[in-house]
Design a protein around this ligand. Structure first.
Ligand code: ADP
Ligand code: MG
Length: 937
C-alpha cells in the first residue's frame, strides 16, 4: 500500500502532471504506428511497470485528452465484446417445425400426396407454411425485443481527462484512458492499476476463484504470473468489490482477457417457469385431444365412414384442438409486458420477474434516491461555538448564502463554517465541477452535497486538494458509516473525518457528547440526515491510517454537525398509497438514523410512530420473535447491507413474495435472495444490477408500482389467451362429438377445419396477448403464489363457453340438415357461423370479470383489426375462385349471414350473464363481510 502514496505524490491534481501526453505530440497515436502502440507488450501488461505502461500508451495519470481518445476510438473500435449472436431466423424457423403438430400435418400432406389429392396436399402445405411463418415472426419479434432491452443498460465509467473527471459510456473507453473505479463497479476493460485503496476484486467469472482478491498498484510482475495472481491488474468482466482504484485502460473489447474466452459465454437462458408449465399443459391437452380424436375415429368407423376421410378429419380435429399457439402467445405476452415495462422505466433482466411482480406482496425499498430525489442539500449546520446556522439554495445550485436568522455570519462563525466545509471537502471522493453540468458531477450524494457547501462557504475544492495532498484514506462504507482521510497540509498532517453522529462523536473530546447527540437527534427527527465532521492534527511522520481507527483517533476536534435535506420524490406518496390499495405492503430500509427515517416515513404514509421502526441493532441482536417483529414493522433504520438478507428471509418466512430494492455492492446478496431483486439503473452499482431481476432506469419508487401493474396485466393476458384457445378447441371437439353421436354427417371437412383455425387463431391470440392493463387491476389484492394458473374460474369459463358454442353450432347444423339442406350448404353456413362465433368470443375473453361492453375498443385496436380481418379474409375466400372450391365454400346470401350474427352473439350473452351473476354474488359477499366486520366493531 506504501506504493500508492508514491503515486499520489506524483499526484493527479498536481498541475505539472496535466501536461499533454507524451511530450505534447499532437497525435501520439495514429495509423500503423498507433496500431503498434496499442498492441500489448510481448510479456503482457502485468510485466511492465506503471510508468512504462503509461509511456507505451502515450498517456499520463491526468488521462487522455478527449480529442486523442476520440482518435483512438476510431482506431481500435468500441470497447465491447462481439455480441453473442441471438437465435438466428433460421434457428427460429427450424424450432417452429419441431412440433408434434407439424409432424401431424406433414403426415397428412404425405398421405394426401400418395392418394393423389393434390389440392388437399397443397392446402395442408399452405397451412403449414403460414403457421410456421406467423409463429416464427412472433418469436423473432420477441427475440429482438429482449436483445434491445439487454443493451438498454449501459455501464457508465468515470474517466480522467485533463479538464476534469467525466462520466462516459464504457463502450467509448480506449487504451490509454485513465479511469476511476470504486466498490460495486464492473471492471469495464483490462486495467493496470495506477493507485488504489483497499481494492478487492471478484474475479470468479474469469478465474473461478470465488473469494475476492486484494489488488494494488505495484512493480512489474514476472511474465509467467498466472492470471489469478496478477494483482496489479483488473480484468474486464470482473467486479470491484470494495475500495477505490485509479487505473490505466490497457486493452478493450475483444483485446481483453475476457474477449479471449468470450466464445464460452452467452449460453441462452432457460425459458421462464411459466412457459415451461404451459408447455407441459399444452402437451397434456394434446394427449387429451388425441384421445378425443380416437373416439371420433371409432364413431366414424362404426358409422361406416370411409377410412381415408376419417383419417383426414381426425388430423384436422387434432390440429384445431391442440392449443399449439399457446406457448408462443405466452412468449408474446411476456415480451409485450417487458416492452411496456421498459416504457415505464422498468427493465426486465429475468423474464420470470414479469410474472412474479404480479404476485408480489411486499416491497422493501431504499429510502435514499428511491423515495427521495437523491438531491441532498446541506441546509443547516450546528457549529460548537456558534449554534445553528442555515444555508440557502437547493441541489447543485451553488448560489446560496449561509446565515443565522437572516443576518450574515460574523468572521468567527464564518471561519468555523469554513473549517467544517474544508474538512468535509477533503475527506471526500466526489468530483464537482460547477460549470461541467451533469457530466461534471460524480460520486456519492453526501460527498457532492459537501462540495456544494464548500463552494457556498467560499472554498475551492480543487485548490484545497492541491494544497493539502491526500496521503491515505479510509473510504466510506455502509458498515463503517464514516469516511476518514489523512492529508499533508505542508505544516503537518491532519486527519479529516465525517460520518454518522453516533460514530464520530464518541471520538471527539472537548464537547459534551450527550448534548450534541441530542441536538443531532432533534435535527434527525425533523427529517434531516445528520453527519458530524471532525479533524485532528497527527504527527508529521504519520503516513497511514491504521486499523482500528478508533484508538488512534480519540481526541478529535468536533467541527460541527451538518443537516441535509433530501426532498421526497413528488410521486412517491401517491405511489405508496397505490401499493397499499393493491394489497402490497411498503417497507422502507435505510442506513439513516431512526429519527430521520421515521420523519420521512410519516410524511409518506409508510409509518405512524416509533413502534413501526426496527433498527439494525435489533436485527443484529436477533432474538426469537424477530421474524414477527420484522413482518409488523414498516421502517428499518441504521440498517447494514448484511441485515437486508435477514429482513428478506423473515418476510419470506411470513409467507410474503418480496420485492427488494437496492443499489450498493453490498445489497447484491439481498437482491439475489428476494423473490424480485430490483436495482437502481441510474445511481446503482453494476454489482447490484447484475444481481437484480429488474432495473429501474429512473431509480423511482413509482416505477415499481408501474411494474406491478404491468406484471399483473401480463399474467391476466396470459390467462385470457389460454381461455380463448382452449375454449374454442373444446367447442370444435364437442361439435364433432355431438354431431357424430347424433348420427349427423361430419360438420366440417378436414380442409374447412384447418381453414377455420387459420383465419381465427394467430391474429386474435397475438392481439389478445397485447390487451391493455384493465383498470382496477391495482385495486385487487395480489394473487396467491400458490394459486394455480388454470384455476376454478378459468375452467368454469372455458367449459361454459366451449359448451355453448359446441351445442349451438351442432344444433344449427342439425336443423339445416333436418330441413333438407345439402351437406355442402349446411357445412358452408356452419363454417361462416364458426368464424363469427370465434370473432364474438374473443370479446368475452378480453376480461374474466368485466362486461365486454365496458372495455373500450381503444384498449386494443389490433384485436379489433384482427377480428375484422378474419371476417374479411373468410368472406373474401368464398368469392375467390379456386380457393372457394377447395374449401367447399360459396358466398352466403346477406340475409342468411345477418341471421348468423344473433346466433353467434349467444355465446356473448351467456358469458355476460355469467359475469353479471358472479359480480352480484361477489358484491353480496363483500357487503356481508363488511356488515360482519361492522358488527364486530
Ligand atoms: P441509505 O441507506 O439511506 O442510503 P447509507 O447507508 O448511504 O444510507 O448511509 C448511512 C449513514 O452513513 C448516513 O446516515 C450517514 O450518517 C453516513 N454516511 C452516508 N454517506 C456518507 C459519506 N459519503 N461519508 C461519510 N458518511 C456517510
Ligand atoms: Mg446510500
Amino acid at each position: 500500500m506504501q506504493d500508492d502514496f508514491e503515486t499520489r505524490s506524483s499526484g493527479s491534481l498536481d498541475p505539472a502532471d496535466r501536461r499533454p501526453a507524451a511530450g505534447g505530440r499532437a497525435s501520439p497515436v495514429g495509423g500503423d504506428e498507433g496500431a503498434a502502440l496499442l498492441s500489448p507488450p510481448s510479456g503482457g501488461w502485468h510485466a511492465v511497470s506503471r510508468d512504462d505502461a503509461l509511456a507505451r500508451l502515450a498517456s499520463s495519470s491526468a488521462g487522455l485528452a478527449a480529442a486523442e481518445a476520440g482518435r483512438r476510438l476510431e482506431l481500435v473500435g468500441p470497447n465491447a465484446l462481439p455480441q453473442a449472436p441471438g437465435r438466428s431466423l433460421v434457428a427460429i424457423v427450424l424450432g417452429q417445425l419441431r412440433s408434434p403438430l407439424i409432424y401431424l400435418l406433414l403426415a397428412a400432406a404425405t398421405v394426401a400426396l400418395v392418394l393423389a389429392e393434390y389440392d388437399d396436399a397443397g392446402f395442408i402445405f399452405l397451412v403449414l407454411t403460414i403457421n410456421t411463418a406467423v409463429g416464427a415472426a412472433q418469436e423473432w419479434r420477441a427475440e429482438t425485443n429482449t436483445a434491445a432491452l439487454r443493451s438498454a443498460i449501459a455501464t457508465i465509467v468515470r474517466v480522467v481527462r485533463p479538464e476534469g473527471v467525466r462520466r462516459l459510456d464504457s463502450a467509448r473507453l480506449v487504451p490509454g484512458d485513465v479511469v476511476l473505479l470504486e466498490g460495486g463497479d464492473r471492471v469495464p476493460a483490462d486495467i493496470r492499476i495506477l493507485d488504489s485503496t483497499e481494492a478487492r476484486a471478484d474475479e470468479s467469472s474469469l478465474t473461478g476463484e470465488s473469494l475476492p482478491v486484494d489488488k494494488a498498484a505495484g512493480a512489474a510482475l514476472a511474465i509467467e504470473t498466472p492470471l489469478a495472481e496478477r494483482l496489479t491488474m483488473l480484468f474486464a468482466g470482473s467486479m470491484l468489490q470494495g475500495g477505490r482504484v485509479r487505473g490505466l485502460v490497457v486493452s478493450t473489447g475483444a483485446g481483453t482477457e475476457l474477449g479471449a474466452i468470450a466464445g464460452a459465454l452467452g449460453t441462452p437462458a432457460a425459458p421462464p417457469p411459466l412457459t415451461r408449465r404451459l408447455d407441459r399443459f399444452t402437451r397434456l391437452l394434446g394427449l387429451a385431444s388425441l384421445g378425443l380424436v380416437g373416439v371420433v375415429i371409432l364413431l366414424q368407423l362404426a358409422l361406416g365412414a370411409p377410412l381415408e376421410e376419417t383419417f383426414f378429419v381426425a388430423i384436422a380435429l387434432a390440429v384445431s384442438v391442440i392449443p399449439e399457439g399457446l406457448p408462443v402467445a405466452v412468449t408474446i405476452a411476456l415480451s409485450i409486458a417487458t416492452r411496456r415495462m421498459a416504457q415505464r422505466n422498468v427493465i426486465v433482466r429475468h423474464l420470470p420477474a414479469v410474472e412474479g411482480l404480479g404476485a408480489c406482496t411486499v416491497v422493501a425499498t431504499d429510502k435514499t434516491g428511491t423515495l427521495t430525489m437523491n438531491q441532498l442539500t446541506a441546509r443547516r449546520l450546528w457549529l460548537p461555538d456558534h449554534g445553528f446556522v442555515d444555508i440557502e439554495g437547493v441541489g447543485f445550485d451553488t448560489g446560496g448564502a449561509i446565515h443565522k436568522n437572516g443576518t450574515g455570519l460574523g468572521s468567527e462563525a464564518s471561519f468555523a463554517a469554513q473549517a467544517l466545509a474544508r474538512s468535509a471537502a477533503l475527506c471526500n471522493d466526489a468530483d464537482f465541477d460547477p460549470v461541467g453540468g451533469a457530466d461534471g458531477r460524480s460520486g456519492d450524494t453526501v460527498d457532492l452535497a459537501f462540495l456544494v457547501l464548500a463552494v457556498k462557504a467560499g472554498l475551492d475544492a480543487g485548490t484545497l486538494r492541491k494544497q493539502a495532498r491526500r496521503i491515505a484514506d479510509r473510504p466510506f462504507s455502509a458498515e463503517r458509516r464514516y469516511a476518514a482521510s489523512l492529508h499533508d497540509h505542508g505544516d503537518g498532517h491532519v486527519v479529516h473525518i465525517k460520518g454518522a453522529a453516533e460514530v464520530v462523536l464518541p471520538l471527539c473530546s472537548g464537547v459534551d457528547q450527550g448534548s450534541v447527540l441530542t441536538l443531532a437527534e432533534g435535527m434527525a427527527s425533523r427529517g434531516y440526515r445528520v453527519l458530524a465532521v471532525a479533524a485532528k492534527r497527527l504527527d508529521p511522520d504519520r503516513a497511514q491510517l491504521s486499523h482500528p481507527l478508533d484508538g488512534e483517533l480519540a481526541g478529535l476536534t468536533l467541527l460541527g454537525l451538518a443537516g441535509f435535506i433530501d426532498p421526497l420524490r413528488p410521486e412517491a406518496k401517491a405511489a405508496v398509497a397505490e401499493c397499499r390499495r393493491a394489497g402490497v405492503a411498503v417497507k422502507m430500509i435505510t442506513g439513516d438514523h431512526a429519527a430521520t427515517a421515521l420523519a420521512i416515513a410519516r410524511e409518506l404514509g409508510i409509518a405512524d410512530g416509533p413502534q413501526d421502526v426496527v433498527t439494525g441493532r435489533e436485527i443484529a441482536a436477533a432474538g426469537t420473535g424477530l421474524a414477527a417483529r420484522i413482518d409488523a414493522a414498516s421502517v428499518f433504520a441504521r440498517v447494514e447491507p448484511a441485515h437486508k438478507v435477514r429482513i428478506v428471509e423473515a418476510l419470506q418466512q411470513a409467507g410474503h413474495i418480496v420485492a427488494m430494492t437496492g443499489d450498493g455492492v453490498n445489497d447484491a446478496p439481498a437482491l439475489h435472495r428476494a423473490d424480485l431483486g430490483v436495482a437502481m439503473g441510474r445511481d446503482g452499482t453494476d454489482a447490484a444490477r447484475d444481481a437484480a431481476d429488474l432495473v429501474l432506469t429512473d431509480d423511482n419508487f413509482a416505477s415499481v408500482v408501474a411494474g406491478i401493474d404491468e406484471g399483473r396485466a401480463a399474467y391476466a393476458n396470459i390467462r385470457k389467451v389460454i381461455y380463448l384457445s382452449v375454449s374454442t378447441g373444446a367447442a370444435e371437439a364437442l361439435m364433432f362429438l355431438l354431431a357424430l353421436a347424433s348420427g349427423l354427417p361430419l360438420p366440417l371437412t378436414a380442409v374447412q377445419l384447418l381453414w377455420l383455425n387459420l383465419v381465427t387463431n394467430g391474429g386474435q391470440h397475438a392481439a389478445l396477448a397485447a390487451e391493455a392493463s384493465e383498470p382496477g387491476l391495482l385495486a385487487r389484492p395480489p394473487r396467491s403464489p400458490r394459486e394455480p394458473l388454470i384455476d376454478a374460474l378459468l375452467i368454469r369459463e372455458t367449459l361454459l363457453s366451449g359448451a355453448i358454442i359446441g351445442l349451438v353450432s351442432t344444433a344449427v347444423f342439425g336443423y339445416l340438415i333436418g330441413h333438407g339442406w345439402s351437406e355442402f350448404d349446411a357445412r358452408n353456413t356452419l363454417l361462416f357461423l364458426m368464424v363469427a362465433f370465434e370473432n364474438v368470443h374473443v370479446f368475452n375473453c378480453r376480461s374474466e370479470t368485466r362486461s365486454a361492453f365496458r372495455i373500450p375498443f381503444s384498449a386494443n385496436w389490433p384485436l379489433i383489426v384482427a377480428v375484422f380481418a378474419a371476417q374479411a379474409v373468410h368472406v373474401g375466400a368464398a368469392f375467390t375462385p379456386g380457393l372457394s372450391e377447395l374449401l367447399e365454400m360459396r358466398p352466403l346470401p346477406v340475409a342468411e349471414w345477418l341471421m348468423l350474427i344473433p346466433i353467434a352473439l349467444s355465446v356473448l350473452l351467456v358469458m355476460e350473464a355469467d359475469k353479471a351473476l358472479r359480480s352480484v354474488r361477489e358484491r353480496r359477499r363483500s357487503v356481508s363481510r363488511a356488515t360482519f366486520l361492522r358488527s364486530l366493531a
